[in-house]
Design a protein around this ligand. Sequence first.
Ligand SMILES: *[C@@H]1O[C@H](CO)[C@@H](O)[C@H](O)[C@H]1NC(C)=O
Length: 362
Amino acid sequence: MSLCFSAALLASFAYALPTKVKRADFSDFSPDGKYFPLKDGFPNPNNDQILTIQKQAAGTLPNGPPPATLSPEGIINLQLIALNELFEVAFFSELVYNVSNKLPGYDLGYGHEYVMDTLHSIVAQEELHALNANGALKLFQQTPIEPCRYSFPVTDFQSAISLAGTFTDVVLGTLQDVNQIFAKNGDFGLVRAISSVIGNEAEQEGFYRLVQNKRAAAQPFLTTAGRDFAFTAIQGFTVSGSCPNIDIIKLKTFKPLNVLSKDIKAQTQNIKFSFAKADAANDELKSLSLVWINGQNKPITTSLINPMVDGDTVKFEASLPYDEFLMNGLTISAVVKGSGPFASIDDVAKATILGPGLIEID
Ligand SMILES: *[C@@H]1O[C@H](CO)[C@@H](O)[C@H](O)[C@H]1NC(C)=O
């Protein structure tokens, strides 16, 4: 199908009006937030099942030899990738279920076939990413990461795709960090394969953007992210206490930072935030700053405007300097101790108390 045709097709989805159906009617896909094992055997498919997954993914697992060594930091990289890919498989499997069963809010009408075909391949590709990361951990005598129970804050196709676009952007930033850490620790033998996954996830991102009527590529240099930010963001989708062995991943979990502003436009403006009062001591408020991370630019530090305690919640605003930095695509925000300046996102992560607040512009 020609590009123009597919773009027009996707832009002209007809959404069926939701009919009144109780949630309970559809809870058989993920009873109690439990998604695994899938019908194809994932996360522990046998050899025949792997062949089927590879067909659906339109490609195979890498079949070259693993590198001779893996650093301790490299192990954390693979653990984080496995944790993330397991979550993605859960999400996209449920999205496929919702769309194929035309649940209320998921009836695409025209365009159904193309979307189903793409989503099916995405599920299988994410499965292979997870199997590859956990497989490498096993080769190096490390415990593979086990899936959690999950809960996703979406109930229609458009919000599901918008969420997929956001967390895929976080992955696209985090794999930059993963590659840098592999390189720094002598694990250069894994950089090429991870770079190939960055490309795959970016192709997916182009699809999510097309479906949202956004131009295909967001910005010339994609926003960087750090492992601790991704680790915290993933846990926003897990049922608390349900991850069997997340404790072995030696990364930081920050306290939540909520972005209250909605439909943020491409212009300089104040953004509204909130967080739980208990997550930052009273006397700390004056010493806190808000940091913006976008593209490959140095972190931008700004002050909290009008911080106000409202019951158990602290609310404040911060100025987003869109006009100066053209902050398209993903922006990561974090509340940090002190006022910087921070040379890189690594320094921001060290000072972060609350975050990441995720913002998408365009
Ligand atoms: C699938 O639909 C159910 C029922 O509306 C919803 O709770 C769940 O979040 C949806 N999942 C995805 C990934 O869209």
